[in-house]
Design a protein around this ligand. Structure first.
Ligand code: NAD
Length: 371
């Protein structure tokens, strides 16, 4: 298995880890000749994810750095300005955001707003001539996602989705085990992602979030099922869970279970919830199993197989993800987590909702998913 080292004994932790390999690759990279400065990233929306994950990660990135912010709150602007030594000219609000087009310090705009605002800000960013990273879920419907891709294409800008787990060694190992048939032929995947949510937040507002836990954390199960099986689903069957708190979950589902059917009879059984903590990815194969728990967290991903522990380093997923995109921009290469992947996932999420609504199995044409 080139580029990845899997070992089962806790004493034989591989130094040639994905993270180290990635760091080495960046250090000796010919990119150094392409680049006289780190690419500037502006974060749009300074909520929990920007504050607690992305801005700290941008202190560790090698090819890009935090250069600007876009916020509706003057208080946040002044705190961030101090904390990250930002220049006044790189601080924007939602009204003057479009003038960012004239700012050569900003190469990449990272949209970290409530889901329903992703399309508008991605399209405005592309029109301002900037490359874009947009958080998951890419948008709240398929039409918006298609418009975002078209806007970036039209502006000749790259678009990537914040799918950080594609840069996380344990999650990458799930793909590698299946590809190498280390545990034989894959037969079944289980993916569960849930958390307890407090009342009154935008995630419970259908207009802002587009849906409930499926849009927010269930999307990780859809992603995981695809990278673990290496295939696209041909059908989904879904059932919404009973609402135990009808007031809190007035607008969106509280929980949802669904099955994804893959070619050759492989199934993925998935669950998501806003009322229960769960964080599991498990694959069963003809000669054993391999699993992660927690699987989708920012830190502390833990893996086991039927042969023992998965020894992989803990990495800063967001730093690797953003550096990878910066590398794509510098080398004019499509991201491995492009807008098209975000669109594909939205189509699957919509099929899951359709099945939950109708009570019927919903078939998915592969040609439609990749269109
Ligand atoms: P948050 O509630 O902590 O922050 C949202 C930000 O948007 C706040 O700064 C808020 O002021 C701003 N905002 C602007 N207009 C708003 C409006 N009308 N209503 C509410 N807020 C408004 O949310 P978050 O957790 O930072 O999530 C932001 C995005 O990032 C979401 O799309 C989410 O799915 C995504 N996210 C991704 C990950 C990941 O692991 N990739 C993790 C967390 C969040």
């Amino acid at each position: 298995m080139p580029g990845i080292s899997l070992s089962f004994s806790s004493t034989s932790m591989a130094e040639s880890s994905i993270a180290n390999a990635a760091a080495l690759e960046l250090e000796k990279s010919p990119l150094a000749h392409l680049q006289d400065r780190k690419l500037g990233i502006a974060l749009v929306g300074l909520g929990g994810y920007s504050s607690d994950q992305l801005a700290p990660a941008l202190q560790e990135t090698k090819l890009c750095e935090l250069k600007g912010i876009v916020t509706g709150s003057p208080d946040k602007a002044s705190n961030w300005k101090k904390k990250y030594s930002l220049q006044d000219k790189n601080i924007y609000n939602y009204e003057n955001f479009d003038s960012i087009k004239d700012n050569p310090d900003i190469d990449i705009i990272y949209v970290v707003l409530p889901n329903s605002m992703h399309a508008e800000y991605t399209i405005r960013a592309a029109k301002a001539g900037k490359h874009v990273i947009c958080e998951k879920p890419m948008a709240i419907n398929v039409k918006e996602a298609e418009e975002m891709i078209a806007a970036c294409e039209q502006a000749d800008r790259l678009l990537s989705i914040g799918y950080r787990l594609h840069f996380e060694p344990h999650n990458l190992a799930m793909t590698q085990y299946r590809e190498a048939r280390t545990f034989g032929e894959l037969s079944k995947v289980y993916a569960m992602d849930g958390m307890k949510i407090e009342p009154g937040v935008w995630r419970l507002n259908k207009q802002l979030a587009g849906g409930g836990p499926l849009m927010d954390v269930g999307i990780y199960c859809v992603q995981a099922a695809i990278y673990t099986t290496g295939q696209l689903p041909i059908a989904v069957t879904a059932k919404e869970g009973v609402k135990t708190d009808k007031e809190k979950f007035r607008e969106v589902e509280e929980s949802l279970k669904w099955t994804m059917e893959f070619p050759h009879g492989v199934l993925a059984e998935c669950t998501t919830s806003y009322a229960e903590e769960m964080n599991v990815l498990r694959a069963e194969a003809s000669k054993g199993w391999f699993a992660l728990e927690p699987a989708y967290e920012y830190k502390g991903i833990n893996g086991k197989t039927s042969q023992g522990k998965i020894e992989m380093p803990q990495v800063n997923q967001q730093a690797l993800q953003m550096d990878d995109f910066a590398k794509c921009v510098l080398t004019k290469t499509k991201s491995k987590v492009p807008g098209e992947m975000g669109l594909r996932d939205l189509k699957i999420l919509m099929a899951i909702y359709e099945s939950a609504r109708s009570g019927e199995k919903v078939s998915i044409a592969q040609s439609w998913l990749t269109k």
